[in-house]
Design a protein around this ligand. Structure first.
Ligand code: SF4
Ligand code: SF4
Length: 280
């Protein structure tokens, strides 16, 4: 298991924002607060924006003009209308293979100048903010998240789901009767595959209400966009032990049996992961 050089300066000790050449988050920059947050559409948007940025001079007027061009070019309908979506998030890295900040001093062409003061949050917030997952999710869970996820699109959707991740990993530990140990599991492909199956539910969950468009999590303390609770009372049921997962995925059930099917599909993944974990 490899540590990240930024782990020691991250609250909670596990850096999640830009983890390797192909994996990064960007959820707090509003990455998923776009009309179509699907992989293809979001990739095309980031690619197009990054190409425009490469042709943009790095001075105040040109960078403000860039923002205006981006806002004219792109659909401004947002699933969270009062949350921002930063026009300066694009693709970064030597092969432009992950989302990142185009204004960051390490972005080539910026010549070590930090232009993040142009953002809605302001440069200080951009440089110092860490989301609740960083500071509250146990470090072993964050390490497993970092080592199992192989898609930036899913990674940034999963990272802010603190309660969902805690519920999932706790359920595995309870079933296996063991604490998850990332250093043991880092080379354990069956376990990693089971965890990836769980992560994939974030885009593939089939129990969502019609018109569902809030794929990302609005995780800020103002509670402006609370999640819709599962209607257990309507089916005369006690709340599910997996409620944090069902709620985070965005679930609406038509009857008790569809609720039970959804729970069973989660139990199947948890059992696979727990079984893989205790198998040699
Ligand atoms: S949401 Fe959290 S992990 Fe993601 S970029 Fe922001 S601070 Fe980093
Ligand atoms: S300027 Fe700030 S909010 Fe915008 S992409 Fe960069 S870090 Fe994110």
């Amino acid at each position: 298991m490899i540590d990240h050089p930024c782990d020691s300066t991250t609250p909670g000790g596990v850096y999640l924002c830009q983890t390797d050449e192909n994996l990064s988050c960007g959820a707090c920059c509003g990455l998923y607060n776009v009309a179509d947050p699907g992989f293809e559409s979001l990739s095309a948007l980031l690619r197009c924006r990054t190409e425009l940025f490469l042709k943009t001079e790095r001075n105040f007027d040109a960078l403000v003009h860039f923002k205006e061009q981006v806002e004219r070019m792109e659909n401004q309908n947002r699933p969270y209308p009062e949350f921002h979506h930063c026009p300066y998030i694009g693709l970064v890295g030597s092969s432009l293979s992950r989302p990142g900040c185009l204004l960051h001093p390490l972005n080539p062409g910026n010549r070590s100048v930090d232009h993040r003061g142009l953002s809605d949050w302001g440069g200080l917030a951009c440089a110092t903010y860490f989301c609740p997952t960083c500071s509250t999710l146990p470090a072993r869970y964050k390490r497993i998240l970092r080592m199992c996820c192989d898609s930036w699109h899913l990674f940034g959707l999963i990272v802010p789901e603190t309660a969902m991740l805690a519920c999932f990993f706790q359920a595995i530990e309870t079933l296996a009767g063991q604490i998850l140990d990332p250093s043991v599991l880092s080379g354990h492909e069956p376990f990693k595959m089971a965890v990836r199956r769980f992560f994939a539910l974030k885009t593939d969950w089939s129990y969502r209400p019609k018109g569902f468009n809030r794929l990302g999590n609005y995780f800020f303390n103002d509670n402006l966009y609370p999640r819709i609770p599962v209607n257990y009372r309507g089916f005369d049921c006690e709340p599910s032990g997996l409620d944090p997962i069902l709620t985070a995925l965005g679930s609406e059930f038509t009857d008790k049996s569809s609720l039970e099917s959804a729970e069973q599909s989660l139990h199947d993944i948890i059992t696979s992961a727990a079984f893989a974990m205790i198998s040699p």
